[in-house]
Design a protein around this ligand. Structure first.
Ligand code: ME8
Length: 510
């Protein structure tokens, strides 16, 4: 049986254009998906857009468009950016698609039929930007506790989901599955939240129209979060249980930002429990990016536009930086200076130089033909073992979504490679005909280690890796077994590499 892996990003609201925050989650999902493919998994990687709700309706009114016109326009911005960032998703779901609306109506009807959705009346405070209801006691100084913006009092007839009924089942599940909510600090927050008591949740609205109608009562539209969360199964073909749904559900990991953890770790699992469906295996909430120390916002005009970054620094530099700079799960700060520093030191200096130096030497000493390894010393075995250990370490890091730590492990091999050159001093070996076989060992070890480095790096920096592997004469598709040492055949033609990353003048960057 083939191993499968299903990873999702949030579906993004179309009332805003994409920025590095959105790019971050989607990139992380792409890296994970590519890595799992490399390891032989059958992967389903889902992203998409959240197109219903009051927020989108309001933005469309302001723009003088219908909500669907707005969505059609903004969705292209997201899809264009994903193409530009080399994001290889399997499917892109839009909540305005028929397949989605059909699935949402189905699950809503099913939960209602068994009595876990009922009609009642709502009176509470509503934060439109967050699309969230709050009780009087949750407000802070009369404002939304999440975003500190004013809230409106809403009283309306509403359908309710009997979330309270699932409180104990959810708590038991969280406690029995330490990996379900990550990172750990966030898991603790959710446990406290659930222990405070779950109230029944309003899951319909009558105050606006832009949404999926409640089956059998078209005065109501389904609450945007109930609609949005369901995308993770409708995209797989739910309610047709013989579709991709059968192969890929439950999801291996929902990647989200910490802002929307409660929806994914409390609301969504309880909806699924009510529908009799398995809950996600893991929900991982990453941290928040600020920009040069400040919150990103339109009013501060400091929103970092990923298209601009890619035009300026290149796709792979941006992909590398975002995942390397900040441990996944912690908050991070974006600055041009930090990005340029990473490009110059990690990419140009360490990674690029190692490839340049070693491919140049094979060309100089062996006319570009990879020699067979000869006798080994402790230096060569140690370097080889370090490379092999890195492959195992990286695997553990990817399971924990510790992207930065995984990259660090790869870079330790790169640094060790540069050090290995200094210690073996191939230029001295080349002068002594008696050392020619050992020179072969050094060249082989250097290039074979880099073949493995670039195979694993292909998940993070696909273009750079493809280029590097080309110089190394490796034209095979990447398969898991190729991560083993010794696959690069002696006799392979090695091309002298051009600089992978030109250095950038640091003082120019602001
Ligand atoms: O919440 N730092 O959509 P959204 C890090 N439609 N990540 C950030 C970020 C930042 N500064 N800003 C945004 C929604 N993100 C709902 C989701 S899912 C069923 C429905 C990322 O467009 C992060 O992943 O507001 C965050 O969770 C998401 O964008 C919010 O996107």
């Amino acid at each position: 049986m083939s191993r499968t892996f299903y990873v999702t990003t949030p579906i993004y609201y179309v009332n805003d254009v994409p920025h590095i925050g959105h790019a971050y989650t989607t990139l992380a999902a792409d890296v994970l998906a590519r890595y799992k493919k490399l390891k032989g998994y059958e992967v389903f990687f889902l992203t998409g857009t959240d197109e219903h709700g009051q927020k989108v309706e309001k933005a469309a009114n302001t723009a003088g468009e219908t909500p669907l016109e707005l969505a059609d326009r903004v969705v292209k911005r997201f899809q264009g950016l994903w193409e530009k960032l080399d994001i290889q998703y399997t499917d892109f779901i839009r909540t305005t698609q028929e397949r989605h609306k059909k699935g949402v109506s189905h699950i809503f009807t099913k939960i209602m039929a068994q009595g876990d959705i009922y009609l009642g009346e709502y009176e509470d405070w509503y934060c439109t930007p967050c699309e969230t209801f709050w009780t009087e006691t949750q407000l802070i100084d009369g404002k939304c506790p999440d975003c500190n913006r004013p809230v409106d009092k809403l009283k309306e007839e509403s359908y309710f989901f009997r979330m309270s009924k699932y409180q104990e089942q959810l708590l038991a599940h969280i406690e029995a599955n330490p990996d379900f909510i990550q990172p750990k600090s966030r898991r603790n927050e959710i446990i406290s939240f659930v222990k405070e008591g779950l109230r029944d949740l309003s899951v319909s609205r009558t105050s606006f129209n832009w949404g999926i109608p409640v089956p059998g009562n078209e005065k109501h539209v389904i609450y945007v979060w109930f609609d949005a969360l369901t995308n993770y199964i409708t995209a797989l073909g739910y309610p047709d249980e013989q579709s991709a749904f059968k192969t890929f559900w439950p999801v291996d990991v929902h990647l989200i930002g910490k802002d929307i953890l409660r929806f994914h770790a409390v609301y969504w699992p309880t909806f699924l429990m009510a529908a009799g469906l398995p809950v996600p295996k893991k929900v991982f909430a990453h941290g928040w990016w600020t920009v040069e120390g400040q919150k990103m916002s339109k009013s501060l005009q400091n929103v970092v536009e990923p298209n601009m970054l890619v035009d300026r620094y290149g796709i792979d530099a941006v992909r590398y930086f975002l995942l390397r700079e900040v441990p996944f799960g912690l908050d991070g700060d974006f600055s041009h200076a930090a990005l340029v520093h990473r490009i110059n030191s990690d990419l140009a200096n360490d990674l690029g130089n190692l490839l340049n130096r070693s491919t140049a030497m094979v060309n100089k000493y062996f006319d570009g033909v990879l020699p067979a390894p000869g006798p080994q010393t402790e230096l060569d075995t140690a370097f080889r073992e370090k490379t092999e250990a890195m492959v195992r370490q990286l695997d553990a890091c990817m399971d924990e979504l510790a992207f930065s730590k995984g990259l660090q492990a790869i870079w330790e091999v790169i640094s060790a490679g540069n050090k290995y050159i200094d210690e073996t001093a191939p230029w001295a070996l080349a002068k002594d005909p008696a050392k020619r076989e050992y020179l072969g060992t050094v060249m082989y070890t250097l290039l074979e280690a880099q073949r493995i480095v670039h195979l694993v790096l292909s998940a993070f920096m696909p273009r750079t890796s493809a280029k590097a592997l080309g110089y190394l004469g490796w034209t095979e598709p990447c398969r898991e077994e190729d991560l083993a040492w010794g696959r690069l055949a002696p006799g392979t033609l090695i091309v002298k590499a051009e600089a992978l990353f030109p250095r950038i003048e640091e003082k120019e960057e602001k």
